[in-house]
Ligand binder design. Sequence first.
Ligand SMILES: [Zn+2]
Length: 175
Amino acid sequence: MKISKYPGTPLKEADIREKRVLTTFWRPKARYAWSAGVAITRFLEELKNGRLIGRKCSKCGRILVPPRMYCELCFKPTDEWVYVRDAGRVATYSISYLSADAKRLKEPIIVAVIDLDDTPPNVGILHKIGEVSKEDLPAWMRGEKFGVRVKAVWKPPEERVGSINDIKYWKPIEV
Ligand SMILES: [Zn+2]
């Protein structure tokens, strides 16, 4: 059965605006605490120190960056903290005319998955590529830059806050 008539007196917006009914104003003080967890907390702290750290699984030998406390291949906890070098190779990339918050960009950014030198393939981290000149951009656009070696460019220590953005971008290194 469909209800077509509700009992009681419905309130109109004007009833509240013109104070025909008792109202109260209350702004909730909502505060949130969010835990990044053991592995990512340490990862972020080390970023502030200008270092990359991962977790090693002794069974499969993989170093996981960003670190995880559990190896999903071996079904066991990872075993130790390992610092890794802030250099690697571009595994894949995309030229984007949209910023991270979906605003249109005049100058494109290069977003890449970087396979670090000390981690196995397919454990890449997602970041930006910088210091690519306008002359170099066509080669990137033609897809000629897969596998290019890159190195992290860090913010100065006083500007680091414990974020993945403590690395400004990764720049290609000539070899
Ligand atoms: Zn493992």
